[in-house]
Design a protein around this ligand. Structure first.
Ligand code: A2P
Length: 294
């Protein structure tokens, strides 16, 4: 039985000291609503938030749910219609709260409003988690690759805090390609905190945390590693940098979450290495999911 604990991370800390935070409301007024408990803005285009979790809601780390806000009144019914989008759950399945990582699109129907949420606000959550980025969709292997671009890091924020990831694999390589260095911060801090947080060390094990290899790259701003991960794999540079053999179907498994073009390119690469796509109903060697975009 895992402890019901709330990890101390940057988001929690920021909220704890927020001077004008409104008190968390105990009983949501609308059906299927949860209460925001923390918000952190990472860049002008990215933010993350935490909210209460329904006591009965179960999910597998890596899955997504529909969340959103009340939208405009439907002219046919005269009632407001919920405006919902698919969001990967960024928190692990043992966490007592739910965490999400989101883009802000200034004219996006949902995120133009969602980016202004504050502690105490209500968010609609349809508690029916689904998705393919789950351990059940992969057959056993030695090394797992998590490939992300942009907010596609979210499901891996969940899986990197799940003890099963460390039980199932000897090595965990997380690659994250973003346009700018600032866009890497959410993931970089999360991994850094994982390795330093006493509760996470106790839960996951220090040796297990040493299995994580983090490979961040940027494409439009100077950083220690420049370039798209796809190009770095094709040239072999990524494997040389990491000191590992190229991907092979006997030992390597992969989960992919990013923009559509990226997903298609990685799929091609992985199939080229001989990996087969898996699903919940038919586990295999890699799985793909599209990152949420408004
Ligand atoms: P690039 O700047 O070269 O387009 P976005 O913000 O558009 O979702 O992109 C997130 C990151 O994913 C960017 O660094 C972008 O690189 C990269 N990217 C976009 N398309 C691909 C692709 N087909 N293969 C690899 N990386 C990609």
């Amino acid at each position: 039985m895992l402890p019901a604990v709330k990890p101390m991370n940057e988001i929690t800390k920021v909220t704890d000291v927020a001077p004008n935070a409104s008190p968390v409301k105990a009983a949501p007024k609308l059906p299927d609503t949860q209460t925001v408990t923390a918000v952190k803005h990472w860049t002008d285009k990215l933010f993350s938030f935490r909210m209460t979790r329904p006591a009965t809601m179960r999910f597998r780390s890596g899955e997504f749910v529909m969340i959103g806000l009340m939208g405009d009144v439907n002219p046919k019914t005269g009632k407001p219609k919920p405006l919902l989008r698919a969001y990967s759950i960024a928190s692990p399945s043992w966490d007592e709260e739910l965490e999400f990582y989101s883009i802000k699109v200034q004219d996006g129907p949902l995120t133009s409003r969602l980016q202004h949420i504050q502690v105490g606000d209500e968010i609609i959550l349809r508690p029916k988690p689904v998705g393919t980025l789950v351990h059940d969709a992969l057959i056993p292997g030695k090394r797992i690759w998590f490939f992300a671009t942009g907010t596609g890091f979210a499901p891996f924020a969940s899986l990197l805090r799940d003890p099963q990831t460390f039980e199932d694999y000897d090595e965990i390589i997380i690659t994250h390609t973003c346009r700018t260095a600032g866009e890497l911060t959410y993931g970089a801090e999360l991994i850094e905190n994982l390795k330093q947080d006493e509760m996470m060390i106790e839960l996951l094990g220090e040796e297990n945390l040493n299995k994580i290899r983090y490979y961040p790259t940027t494409t439009r701003e100077e950083s220690p590693k420049m370039g798209r991960i796809t190009d770095l794999m094709r040239s072999g540079e990524a494997f040389t940098d990491l000191g590992v053999d190229p991907i092979n179907p006997d030992s390597d498994r992969a989960m992919v979450c990013g923009n559509l073009a990226f997903n298609l390119e990685i799929k091609d690469l992985l199939e080229g290495y001989g990996l087969e796509e898996g699903a919940n109903s038919k586990p295999a060697q890699y799985v793909v999911e599209k990152a949420f975009l408004d």
